[in-house]
Design a protein around this ligand. Structure first.
Ligand SMILES: C[S@@+](CC[C@H](N)C(=O)[O-])C[C@H]1O[C@@H](n2cnc3c(N)ncnc32)[C@H](O)[C@@H]1O
Length: 214
């Protein structure tokens, strides 16, 4: 079972049908959108020999691609059992299953058991979690070299969009909610963990940022 009510909602929202669609799209088109931008930034910073902690990895695009680019191992922690199954299936197809550990549950609850990794990623996960300081703090504490984040821009029109999406969730009687956490608060938590920003880009409502411990 996922550990918190919010992760239980994530488990039903990110379901098998959604996972199949996302996996098929990745197999047809490769990495897209913000994930592609984050991947390029990570590759430019160097991924050879890296261990990866992919938090909320979805169907695993980031860790599949990083393993293909020279990373040596990955841990994917996800609150969606359907996404985890799809990521594992793709690892088998790409021939790197033996290098990946898949863990089901809330990363914040599981974090004390997880070893640090050279690269830690949170690709469109911060927007799914209410307790941002716990999530980002635990991720940053485990990033030995690089921390990559994709999360909503802190501007009025994104906040308005998030409110509209949450109204739609409420109308469908879903308890799932999106969150537009303040950029300054996210940034402060990462910097407190000893990381400095080395890359930032914007795509529509998203910001893609990379921090380094170098
Ligand atoms: C919007 S999807 C993004 C998936 C993938 N990273 C991508 O960008 O395509 C959010 C993912 O984060 C996972 N997630 C949300 N909160 C989580 C938590 N506290 N611990 C682990 N996974 C979480 C969800 O189950 C889902 O797989």
């Amino acid at each position: 079972m996922a550990c918190c009510p919010h992760c239980q909602e994530a488990d039903s929202l990110f379901n098998q049908r959604d996972a199949r669609q996302r996996l098929r799209r990745y197999q047809r088109r490769g990495p897209e959108g913000t994930t592609k931008v984050l991947l390029a930034a990570l590759r430019a910073a160097g991924v050879s020999g890296a261990s990866v902690l992919d938090i909320g990895g979805g169907v695993g695009v980031l860790h599949h691609e990083l393993l293909r680019s020279g990373a040596v191992s990955a841990v994917d922690v996800d609150a969606s059992s359907a996404y985890l199954a799809a990521a594992r299936e793709e690892s088998t197809r790409q021939g790197h299953l033996e290098h990946v550990r898949y863990l089901y549950g809330d990363f914040v609850a599981l974090a004390p058991e997880l070893a640090p990794a050279s690269i830690v990623t949170l690709d469109r996960v911060v927007c799914c979690y209410p307790a941002m300081p716990a999530l980002v703090g635990a991720a940053a504490a485990r990033a030995e070299r690089l921390l990559g984040l994709v999360y909503p821009r802190d501007v009025w029109w994104v906040r308005a969009g998030v409110r509209a999406v949450n109204l739609a969730f409420a109308a469908q009687r879903s308890a799932f909610r999106l969150f537009c956490h303040p950029t300054a608060a996210v940034d402060a938590i990462v910097r407190q963990a000893g990381l400095t920003q080395c890359f930032a880009a914007y795509r529509g409502p998203w910001q893609i940022v990379l921090y380094t411990r170098d």
